[in-house]
Design a protein around this ligand. Structure first.
Ligand SMILES: [Zn+2]
Length: 267
């Protein structure tokens, strides 16, 4: 599977990119470059009337639409369902990003069918908002904001292995921002709670949408300020200081965790 080169697939503005999901899998079409998001005037599979089509922004001069189907699409010649995470390796970045946005909006649509205030049915008001048909309450997609931080001590960084990691790799301290907390306070709290390490000189690194299912990762770099490493055993199966000569397995390229680690390895 090679990474496709970005190119314009559409010559006709009647055409539309179809982001068709079943659970976390996205329908992709085989082409000469590898994989592409299907682009055609009608969807590549038959959709029922009750399928909700969600409008996405225009990309390459083409409409983009997202839809969720109940059963995986198999035996459709020239097409294949690919996990959203795996699609990072085969789609141009712009298309992967749009697929992530599609997945987030589909998740939001499925989890906001009824009003949280009165229980009335919610209806799309704009492409990114819904309104209660009974009391008029308006809602927008919610983001779960999380921080991730590379803590540095001399030529070492702090790496952890979370109990909920699927693979055998090590990542960086991360956690969800709590209500009423600044991002920097969250960095200090998460590092302290997970490893009993104090940090200082917290610097912004970058951010990344994390559509699993509706996250925003905000990445930081910080310096060790004190404390003896003692992991929170309920969250972490391991925590350690590593240098360039004893690196464990690290996360895949799609994550900002990997960007934080690569940035340090290259520095
Ligand atoms: Zn309501």
């Amino acid at each position: 599977m090679g990474k496709s080169k970005r190119r314009d697939y559409c010559l006709n503005d009647m055409k539309c990119y179809w982001f068709i999901f079943c659970k976390d899998d996205l329908l992709l079409q085989h082409n000469e470059y590898g994989y592409a998001v299907p682009c055609s005037d009608t969807p590549p599979v038959k959709l029922a009337e009750w399928h909700t089509l969600i409008n996405l922004p225009i990309m390459d001069g083409c409409q983009c639409k997202a839809v969720r189907v109940d059963a995986p699409i198999i035996n459709l010649d020239g097409f294949e369902m690919v996990g959203l995470r795996a699609s990072f390796d085969v789609l141009p970045k712009e298309y992967y990003d749009m697929a992530g946005k599609a997945a987030e909006l589909l998740y939001w649509d499925a989890s906001s069918k009824f009003c949280g205030v009165c229980g009335g049915p919610m209806k799309f008001h704009t492409d990114i908002s819904k309104r209660c048909t009974n009391c008029g309450k308006e809602v927008w997609p919610q983001l779960a904001t999380a921080i991730i931080v590379r803590v540095e001590r001399g030529d070492e960084i702090l790496m952890v292995r979370a109990r909920n990691f699927r693979g055998a790799y090590y990542g960086l301290v991360a956690g969800f921002v709590e209500t009423g907390e600044t991002l920097e306070q969250c960095v200090e709290r998460e590092v302290w709670e997970e490893t009993h390490i104090k940090v200082k000189n917290i610097r912004y690194f970058g951010s990344q949408p994390w559509p699993y299912p509706c996250g925003l990762m905000v990445a930081f770099v910080a310096d060790y300020a004190g404390g003896e490493l003692r992991r929170d055993a309920s969250e972490l199966s391991d925590a350690r200081w590593v240098n360039r000569n004893n690196m464990p397995d690290i996360p895949g390229r799609a994550s900002i965790a990997r960007q934080l680690i690569d940035d340090w390895l290259e520095s």
